[in-house]
Design a protein around this ligand. Sequence first.
Ligand SMILES: NC(=O)c1ccc[n+]([C@@H]2O[C@H](COP(=O)([O-])OP(=O)(O)OC[C@H]3O[C@@H](n4cnc5c(N)ncnc54)[C@H](OP(=O)(O)O)[C@@H]3O)[C@@H](O)[C@H]2O)c1
Length: 302
Amino acid sequence: MSIVLLGADGQVGYELHRVFAPLGAISAYTISGTLPGGARCGRIDFTEAGSLAALVAEKRPTLVLNAVAHTQVDRAEDEPALAQRINADAVAELAQACALHGAKLVHYSTDYVFGGEGRRPWREDDATAPLGVYGRTKLRGEEAIRASGCRHMILRTAWVYAARGQNFLRTAIRLAGERDELKVVHDQVGSPTPARWLAAATALAHARHADANGTWHVVADGECSWYQFAIAIYGEALAAKVLERAPRLVGIPSSEYPAKAKRPMYSRLDSTRFASDFGLQLPDWRDGLKQVIGELAELKPG
Ligand SMILES: NC(=O)c1ccc[n+]([C@@H]2O[C@H](COP(=O)([O-])OP(=O)(O)OC[C@H]3O[C@@H](n4cnc5c(N)ncnc54)[C@H](OP(=O)(O)O)[C@@H]3O)[C@@H](O)[C@H]2O)c1
């Protein structure tokens, strides 16, 4: 199997590289042309029109893993054209190239395609209603893939975090050293999902049904608010001695948290379809948190 991995230095891309490297000849690409750790790799910039079509035509991969996205949800509100280019137009170009050359495309999408009302986990065929630029452009990316006719696996996920990269957990750990008190939103609910679990689920699903074509929701089991997630992070981090002290947490409503982009209030995704099609149900988010904190403990100097 020849694999092209796009965005090998993002949270998910980094984990995909680890998981897929033993499964085929993998060519990894980042915007800088270097991998985390400094090794050289291919260079790709999703803002350069034509570059993705040229890459697929040159490499003729059997599988393309796209972990690139404009993921800065608030910044996307100020740069909608850039978000549209990276999350939708480049994805359309990539999908058309995959269709032309018979490559399968694995692509990630988001809970932000939904409006977030109600209290039932979102299913794949629920009506989408993105609240902001990020969700809207990610949805257009999905639609472009479906329209291209390429074989594809669109995996919608949510609340992704890891021991590296930019995410809520790493921010919470950093702020523990800077603040005595932290205000955290208590009325947005979702399922924190380790990037490593997502990468493993992707590889297993592909191995079990390489011909699968469609859209699936994949998140860790269970749900919590950001406030509950923060409580659990500090609890685990203190227990694992990643932190010596934790700030006092104060739960606040979203209305009191200044953010440019509106976020869905209830964004838990229903992974039943993924479980039944691939025989794979991710464990509870608390188990994922323990593992990621364990990784952080290993990374801690001394
Ligand atoms: N993070 C979440 O909570 C979350 C939730 C739901 C869905 N997802 C989806 O999961 C996928 C992976 O997200 P992630 O959490 O791994 O995000 P991430 O850590 O922000 O990684 C995004 C990657 O895209 C790269 N990138 C950005 N602009 C680029 C450009 N113009 N050309 C080439 N590469 C570019 C980034 O490179 P640099 O870092 O060098 O800029 C980075 O490697 C995305 O499709 C995202 O929409 C994420």
